[in-house]
Structure formats: structure tokens, C-alpha cells
Design a protein. Structure first.
Length: 636
């Protein structure tokens, strides 16, 4: 068989890269290869349309092995299993305990309790953990920095009282004083001194981590992948440096750090991000000279993004979170939270939480994503992305370190400015449909109404906040603020979702008046249909009612039909050449009885404008601003 295979392949000469390029250039018929086929990413590097083995000859990542330094191929050697996690807001310990027991019977094997700081007590811990077998599951606990030491002492007492072996307790006690600086602008500098004490208390619990890096916060604020990756490294290094400076051994310090990272919709690049994260973090920890290479492992919890969730066509959120979950699983994470599809407009329901759990279980149990270690390894494309992301993220890491480290950059507002500028750019790109949101700025559901849905703020990150409040109240500030004259001295991240501007416009239209736009389709069949579809999608982004048509023989027939439908707007849809013939007569016949819009940017635009036509919609338009202007013209 081997001889047959060898002879078979000898009959086919392998084309060279140049031969491929020559063939592509012929097919492009003179078009620019770089402009047509090379993708310049937002991450600062270019992606070629194809890769070959020779593109990897200088890369070291393909030579790595699973479970071995620098862990680019994963922390495990035998499988790709991860914990299926669900977070529970534990305002009532009895209710939280009952919910935990319920979901543990539904496929969850990792719990994340969000604990209000003022409620931390021995009785609370007993009620919360009653009947849970903590040596069989992963459990993480998060409270505010003011109460984290108290909670830790109570947990340790509980573990000891119930006879748990220290190496069987898996999870974490959440402590991340830098995150409130980013999210709330709080000065929590004085809480940094807690870290060495916390690590000391938990030093014998080898699988219980306590110093957390919540770079998912950056992801949910719109950060590009390189930004989240680079800043996560610097964030983690900040804690590593502070712990070792306080006398904590490098192995212990690194063994207590855990990363909470977000996952965006960029499927292959997110797979590469987690590979690059392990690679770079291993290199950073190595510089602290740990005794064991195992200390260099990056332990990562991945959470699907809230930044791209939408209110309208909300079931599309399931498609987004599913591809994100696939990226995280294939990237080799430790644990994962799939964000329920409805969190943008309501507290998650039992249904949405069940679907979120099942999204992971499908990947694990039916798609067998947990059985193969690093399935992306050897892919020329993914290996290239891993290397490219690592290089760009390392540049950002070095830049941040040169600016005084992550904490210094946060205090100066440099990190916030960088992420906020990206967020602003992405909102601008979404307004122009350079960045697509299916069901929002591209292919919206024409007939969908909000049905009472309204955007809600993301749940308060501070566990001190009461359940009835969507924002941190005064008591939360008093609990977690540093005591300075101004508890909010720092810049904060802007966390508006990418769809928020469109949703606000569409909700305003619904609440005020929904206009009707009528497609006056005439002339060239292919062009009129294409432009009618484009126009319907364009106008429906603001919640307008759109009426498409098969075509009219004359403009008078089309205008009469529009007026019969009581149309507020008439959109003429034809070819560029035919607009010179049809547009002006249609505009004149309409005679101001409705707004007149031309679909396209024809060469005769100046001629049409001279005749009084002022509204044109085309691919170069800022859709959001155009629809706001049209609403104003219609007194909406």
C-alpha cells in the first residue's frame, strides 16, 4: 500500500507558491492581488489568501508538544476536556444552593458564585455549600475585595470541617482589584496589598486559584483580539510582579493566577488567541525562574462576548455564542461560560440558561471536541495566526510595560483610552456596515417588533451591589472605595454594545411612528431587484415598514401604487443608466406627496440633484446617520 501511495504522488508534480500566485493573477484579470485577496486585519497584520508548508518553516509553534512548555498546544497531553461552568448570583444562599444542585444534574460541573460582600458570614457559607460535593466539581467564589479575606477564612474552615483533601478542591476565590478601576473608575490601590495574604492562606490548596485577570472586561468593551491578549499578559504580569516583590515564590505566585478571557466572533483568530496566550504567558513566567515548568501554564476561563449581543433577532445571538464556544473549546481552555442569548434585555430565563448549557454539551458530547488535543495544530492558517497574534500582542505588552506596567497605564487612563477608541471605531464601522451585525445592521427582520424588550445594563461587577440594582449603589462605593476624597478618579471603559445605536434608533421609531417605504422597481430586472433588496435592508435597520414589488411598467403606475399604500417614502430602484430616464419624471410626478429616495449613486447624480432630488442611499452611506436624518425629515 505504501508503494502504491508513493507511486501515485510521484505522478503529480507539486506546484510551487509562485505557480499558484501566477494562476491567481490570471484569474484576477489584472486586478490588484493585495487589494482583492490580502486581508489587512484589525489586529495589525495581513492574512494571505492561502498558506503552504513553507510558510511555517521559521515558526517554532508546530514543533511544540501538548502538555509541554511553552504549552502553545495546551496544558494536557491526553484530552481536551474543559469544565462546563455556570455563574450564579448568590444574593440568597438557600436559593443559590438549590439552583446549584439543579444545574449540577443538567450537565454543569463548574459553579461560579457571585457573593454580596456584606452577606459574607459562617451561616451564609454553610447554607450556600450545603449538600454540594466540592471534591467532585469545580467551584469559584467571587466577592468584593473588602471581604475576600474573610470569605477565604470561612471557606477554609468549611473545607476542613467537612474533611476535604486540599488537592481535591478545584476552583478559585476571586480577587481582582484592578478591574473596578477599569469598569467603575474606582481607586482600589489599597486593596493590592491583600494579594500576598490571600496567596499565603491558600498556598496548600494547589488547585484553588485566587488572583484573577478579567480581560473579558476589555473584550466586552469592544477590544480587538490583540488588545485583549496584550493587556491580559501585562495585567497578569502586574500581579506576578507584585506577588514576587512581596516575597511570594514564583511557582506559588504563578500557580495562583487565573485568566478570565472573552471570546469574540472571529472564529479562527480566537482559536489562535488562546494558543498564543499560553505561549506568551509561559515565556513571561519563565523569566521569574520557577522551579517547575508546570507553573508556566496559563489557566483560562473563557466567556462568550456580550459586546455583539442584540435585542432584535435575539436568537441570532445563539449563532454568535456557538461559534465563540467552538473557538474556545478548540483553543484548549480550562473552563467556559456561554452567555445566555437574552442577557442584553432581561435577566436570563431558565430557558436561555438551559440552552447556554446545552451549547457546550453539544460540543462535548455530540461533536467530541473534548477528545482531541489541539485539533488546530498543524493547520498552516492557524499556526500563522498564532504566531502573528503573539508577535503583535508582545509589542503591546512591551509598550505597556515601558509605560509603567499595567497598573500605571490604567491609572494614567492609557488602557481605557485605547479600548474606548477601538469601541468608538467599531461603532463607526457598524454605522457604515463595515462591520456586520446580522439581524441588526445587515438583513434585519422586517416585521419584528421589540415586544417590550429594552436594553439593560450589564450586571454590576461588584458583588456588593444588591440584586435590585443594575448599578453599584452608594453602599457599594463605600465598601470598595479606597477612602480617597474622590472614589472615582480614573477613566473608565465605555461598554456600550455594538448594536446599541441601531437599537436605540429602532426603538425610537417604534415608540413614535413607523413609516412605510415603498420600492418603485422599474427597468433592468436584475438591478431593480438587487437595489430593492439593498434598500429594504437599509431602511429596515431603523424599524421602517418596507414594501417590495416585482416591477412597474411606468413611473406613474409605481407612484400611484405607492400612494395607494399610503407610503411615506418612495424608493426608486433601477440601474444607473436608467435613472437618467426614470428618476426625474418619478420625482416630479410624486410632487412632494412623499419623500423620494434614489437607490444608488448613479453617474447622473448631479443632474438629479439639480432637479431637486436630495436623498440617495448606497454602499458608501453611513446607514445609522442617514436613517437618523430621514427620521427627522419625517418628524419621527
Amino acid at each position: 500500500m505504501a508503494e502504491i501511495r508513493e507511486r501515485l504522488f510521484q505522478e503529480f508534480a507539486a506546484p510551487t507558491t509562485q505557480e499558484w500566485l501566477d494562476k491567481i493573477q490570471v484569474d484576477l484579470k489584472g486586478a490588484d492581488f493585495q487589494k482583492r485577496l490580502v486581508w489587512r486585519t484589525n489586529e495589525g497584520f495581513s492574512v494571505q489568501p492561502f498558506y503552504r508548508r513553507e510558510d511555517l518553516k521559521d515558526l517554532k509553534t508546530p514543533d511544540a508538544l501538548p502538555g509541554e512548555f511553552p504549552f502553545v498546544r495546551g496544558n494536557k497531553k491526553t484530552d481536551n476536556q474543559w469544565y462546563v461552568r455556570q455563574n450564579i448570583k448568590a444574593d440568597d444562599p438557600v436559593a443559590a444552593n438549590a439552583k446549584a444542585k439543579d444545574i449540577l444534574n443538567r450537565g454543569i460541573d463548574s459553579l461560579g458564585f457571585r457573593i454580596p460582600g456584606p452577606k459574607v458570614s459562617r451561616e451564609y457559607v454553610e447554607q450556600l455549600l450545603d449538600g454540594l460535593y466540592l471534591d467532585c466539581i469545580e467551584v469559584s467564589y467571587r466577592t468584593c475585595a473588602c471581604h475576600v479575606l474573610e470569605l477565604t477564612d470561612l471557606l477554609l474552615d468549611y473545607f476542613q470541617a467537612h474533611g476535604y483533601a486540599k488537592d481535591k478542591i478545584v476552583g478559585g476565590v476571586g480577587y481582582d482589584p484592578i478591574e473596578p478601576m477599569l469598569v467603575k473608575g474606582k481607586d482600589t490601590t489599597d486593596k493590592l496589598a491583600i494579594a500576598p495574604q490571600l496567596v499565603e492562606k491558600l498556598k496548600d490548596y494547589t488547585n484553588l486559584r485566587c488572583v484573577m485577570v478579567h480581560s473579558e472586561t476589555l473584550n466586552n468593551a469592544g477590544a480587538y483580539i490583540v488588545q485583549e491578549l496584550g493587556y491580559a499578559l501585562s495585567w497578569g504580569n502586574e500581579y506576578m510582579q507584585q506577588l514576587t516583590d512581596a516575597g511570594v515564590p514564583a511557582d506559588l505566585a504563578a500557580g495562583k493566577i487565573k485568566f478570565y478571557m472573552g471570546v469574540s466572533e472571529n472564529y479562527f483568530m480566537e482559536i489562535a488567541k488562546f494558543r498564543a496566550m499560553r505561549l506568551l504567558w509561559a515565556q513571561i513566567v519563565k523569566q521569574y525562574e520557577p522551579k517547575s515548568d508546570d507553573s508556566c501554564k496559563a489557566i483560562i476561563n473563557a466567556t462568550t462576548s456580550t459586546y455583539n449581543l442584540t435585542i432584535y433577532d435575539s436568537y441570532v445571538n445563539l449563532l454568535r455564542s456557538q461559534t465563540e464556544a467552538m473557538s474556545a473549546a478548540l483553543g484548549g481552555i480550562h473552563s467556559m461560560v456561554v452567555t445566555p442569548f437574552d442577557v442584553a434585555y432581561e435577566p436570563p430565563t431558565d430557558f436561555s440558561e438551559r440552552i447556554a448549557r446545552n451549547q457546550q454539551l453539544l460540543l462535548k458530547e455530540e461533536s467530541h471536541f473534548g477528545t482531541i488535543v489541539d485539533p488546530g495544530a498543524g493547520s498552516y492558517y492557524i499556526e500563522h495566526l498564532t504566531d502573528a497574534l503573539a508577535r503583535e500582542a508582545w509589542k503591546l505588552f512591551l509598550k505597556t510595560e515601558a509605560e509603567g506596567g499595567f497598573l500605571g497605564a490604567v491609572k494614567k487612563g492609557l488602557v481605557q483610552d485605547d479600548i474606548n477608541q477601538t469601541n468608538e471605531k467599531r461603532h463607526g464601522d457598524a454605522a457604515k456596515r463595515k462591520e456586520f451585525l446580522l439581524g441588526t445592521n445587515q438583513f434585519p427582520n422586517f416585521s419584528e417588533k421589540s415586544d417590550g424588550k429594552r436594553p439593560i445594563d450589564a450586571p454590576a461587577k461588584e458583588a456588593c451591589a444588591p440584586a435590585s440594582s443594575s448599578a453599584a449603589p452608594a453602599s457599594s462605593s463605600e465598601c470598595c472605595a479606597s477612602g480617597s476624597a474622590s472614589p472615582f478618579p480614573f477613566k473608565r471603559l465605555e461598554t456600550s454594545r455594538l448594536a446599541a445605536d441601531y437599537e436605540a434608533l429602532r426603538l425610537h421609531t417604534e415608540q413614535t411612528r413607523v413609516p412605510t417605504a415603498f420600492m418603485l422597481t422599474i427597468g433592468n430586472l436584475a438591478m431593480r431587484q438587487a437595489r430593492a433588496q439593498f434598500s429594504c435592508n437599509f431602511l429596515a435597520t431603523a424599524g421602517w415598514k418596507v414594501i417590495d414589488n416585482l416591477g412597474f411598467k411606468t413611473v406613474q403606475e409605481g407612484i400611484d401604487a405607492a400612494l395607494e399604500q399610503k407610503a411615506d417614502v418612495v424608493v426608486i430602484c433601477s440601474s444607473d443608466d436608467e435613472y437618467a430616464e426614470y428618476a426625474i419624471p418619478a420625482y416630479q410626478y410624486l410632487d412632494g406627496r412623499a419623500m423620494f429616495v434614489v437607490a444608488g449613486a448613479p453617474a447622473c447624480m448631479d443632474q438629479l440633484k439639480a432637479a431637486g432630488i436630495e436623498n440617495f442611499i448606497h454602499v458608501r452611506c453611513n446607514v445609522l446617520e442617514t436613517m437618523k436624518q430621514y427620521n427627522e425629515k419625517l418628524n419621527i
